[in-house]
Design a protein around this ligand. Structure first.
Ligand SMILES: Cc1ncc(COP(=O)(O)O)c(C=O)c1O
Length: 464
């Protein structure tokens, strides 16, 4: 088949056989799809040979660039040993090594904050799964069952935040707070308590930070005061509510949530699926406010963006509550076929080594500085309501009217229009409604970062 015919065939077959996630397929069928064939560093190439800067890290997962030699080699080496074996009833070498490395990394990164449980109880037990949503399911089930084993009755629900996103499985959707994604499934979901989103630009109390004295925390405390006996855990995306529109919480908010959990005897689940592995400028977002959760969820960047893998990390205190005689039925009955997949664990080990070898976090500092300068500059634009970031995670919120903060109507697809325009100039974006999401691989060079930001600015100006 000639290349031209082959490409046309791929386009036709995509439309004939694929159902894309979070996509109105009727629109997709009318569009020319971008079909990626190759990647290199921070670039991805489509089947027609056009290169794009990967400004969303292939769905927020790529860290060190595409085809990173060390990760490629680690996977190939592992293939020569074994590609998969199970953690159900046996163990495997990369999973053990990765668990040890992660426990060291998490505990050296997070301060030994006094948690609800004893201070000596750090995050020490790794439970593997395959994606961010499953890491959240595991966390919710663990928290729920923990209280049962402790003999505390009635803690049958969770506290989650408006605008939260924790994945698409039904437990994760139950603790989600984005109507447009979640409301359809409401009849299938369990009940949760919802605290306000720390969304300063659109504060639901109409207040301004810091004069508000984080009133959203006070509202959370009201819920605790009335219902803490029913709440097994709070689940939170530390510092950035990512899919909610890259909403950056105000300084001290996360620490405030930790303190409330301690005060009201509720576990804290930090969902670092999007924020983990350097995205916010530190290895984990919790580090910014010296917060140590009781349970932590990690995925996305864990393998450098190569293979599906997730972990839920629990404290000794939680793990120990599940120990007992076989007949006591304290076992955690949860697991997946690909749990602890050796190829994915080998990729993750290589990814973590690169953080040290390439000094990824240190090299991030000038990039974040440049990025923040640019965000400040574009926040002056007529239709940019808010330009916010933490590290290399940013959201540029487009508005119809800057003074009144009136948003563009959802159906206007303004975010998409800007993204398509940027695509024409070689930058691949995927927006969240009216919010332009910018989240390049951490390894992006200063030169490529400048090129990317210029194309995005041009697109915003041209379209708005
Ligand atoms: C904070 C957070 N949690 C969980 C998830 C779900 O991860 P996955 O898409 O791998 O299931 C996401 C995905 O974007 C996320 O941002």
């Amino acid at each position: 088949m000639k290349l031209h015919d082959e490409n046309s065939h791929l386009e036709e077959s995509d439309k004939k056989y694929l159902w894309h996630p979070f996509t109105q397929m009727k629109d997709w069928l009318d569009e020319k799809p971008v079909i990626i064939a190759e990647g290199r560093d921070c670039f991805i190439k489509d089947i027609y040979g056009r290169w794009y800067l990967d400004a969303v890290s292939s769905m927020w997962i790529n860290i060190h660039g595409h085809r990173k030699k060390e990760i490629d080699e680690a996977i190939k080496e592992q293939i020569d040993r074994i590609s998969h074996s199970t953690l159900l009833g046996s163990s495997n070498v990369p999973a053990i090594k990765l668990a040890e490395k992660l426990v060291q990394l998490v505990n050296s990164s997070l301060a030994s904050q006094p948690r609800r449980v004893s201070c000596s109880s750090s995050l020490t037990k790794i439970f593997f799964s395959d994606n961010g949503s499953t890491s959240v399911e595991v966390a919710l089930k663990m928290a729920f069952q923990y209280w049962m084993h402790k003999g505390v009755e009635g803690k049958h629900t969770f506290l989650s935040l408006k605008n939260a996103y924790h994945g698409d499985t039904l437990g994760a959707v139950s603790v989600g707070g984005i109507d447009i994604f979640h409301k359809t499934f409401r009849p299938l979901l369990f009940k949760t308590y919802n605290a306000p989103s720390p969304y300063c630009y659109r504060c639901e109390s109409g207040l301004t930070y810091p004069d508000c004295k984080t009133a959203c925390l006070k509202k959370m405390e009201e819920i605790f005061r009335k219902h803490s006996s029913e709440i097994s855990a709070v689940i939170i995306e530390p510092l950035v509510q990512a899919a909610g529109g890259m909403i950056v919480s105000p300084c001290g908010y996360l620490k405030g949530v930790r303190d409330l959990c301690t005060k009201y005897n509720v576990l804290m689940i930090a969902d670092e699926v999007a924020t983990g592995f350097g995205r916010t400028g530190k290895m984990f977002a919790c580090e910014h406010e010296d917060v140590a959760p009781d349970i932590m969820c990690l995925s996305k960047g864990i393998t450098g963006g190569y293979l599906p893998l997730a972990v839920t990390i629990a404290t000794d205190e939680i793990y120990n509550a599940f120990l007992g005689e076989f007949k006591e039925m304290k076992t955690f009955f949860h697991g997946h076929s690909y749990t602890g997949n050796p190829l994915a664990c080998a990729a993750a080990l290589a990814c973590l080594d690169i953080f040290e070898k390439d000094e990824t976090l240190k090299n991030l500092e000038p990039k974040v500085e440049l990025f923040e300068g640019w965000l400040k500059e574009i926040s002056e634009l007529l239709h940019v309501g808010d330009a916010r970031n933490k590290g290399l995670m940013a959201g540029v919120e487009l508005v119809k009217d800057k003074k009144t903060k009136e948003p563009y109507a959802w159906e206007e697809k303004m975010g998409w229009k800007v993204s398509y325009h940027a695509r024409e100039n070689g930058v691949f974006l995927r927006p969240l409604g009216n919010v332009i999401v910018i989240m390049p691989p951490l390894s992006i060079s200063i030169e490529n970062l400048k090129q990317m930001l210029k194309a995005i600015k041009d697109a915003i100006i041209a379209v708005t």
